[in-house]
Design a binder for this molecule. Structure first.
Ligand SMILES: [Zn+2]
Length: 148
């Protein structure tokens, strides 16, 4: 699954975010037939946004779609999704959430499971490394991201 184009896109997005001086979290939304519908990274710093977490950016990049477009879709994300992004995945009937890592943060995984979604945690070393380094370097920025 770490070789899935969706996961590779999510990691690329996280790195873009880091290069831009933002929060290094990336995501990609992939349809059931394997097409990347949208991809994006956390844009809170870049856009002064309250809601553009990576998963929200990927949903936004997908544009306005009929409900059927999300059937069987997978959200790939480099970090365990927060409550907002978890809620958005549930709203849009995303079937499966593939998470790069949940050592630096655990979001709404239990809620996803309770709502019948599939959750896969890859425990990816690279994701753990760049997120861990970011939290250490810019703790105030990270705390803002999760409203602490
Ligand atoms: Zn989020």
């Amino acid at each position: 699954m770490e070789q899935d184009p969706g996961f590779i896109a999510a990691v690329e997005e996280a790195k873009k975010g880091l290069a831009e001086g933002g929060v290094p979290i990336g995501a990609a939304l992939v349809s059931k037939d394997g097409k990347i519908l949208g991809r994006g990274h956390n844009m809170r710093v870049q856009k002064g946004s309250a809601v553009l977490h990576a998963e929200m950016a990927a949903l936004e990049d997908s544009g306005r779609l009929p409900g059927s477009a999300y059937e069987g879709a997978t959200m790939y994300t480099t970090l365990s999704p927060c409550d907002m992004c978890t809620g958005a995945c549930i709203l849009y009937n995303v079937k499966r959430v593939v998470i790069g890592e949940n050592k630096n943060f655990v979001g709404g995984e239990e809620y996803l499971l309770s709502r019948g979604r599939e959750v896969v945690v890859l425990d990816n070393e690279e994701c753990k490394e760049f997120m861990g380094a970011f939290i250490k370097e810019k703790p105030e920025l990270w705390n803002e991201d999760i409203a602490v």
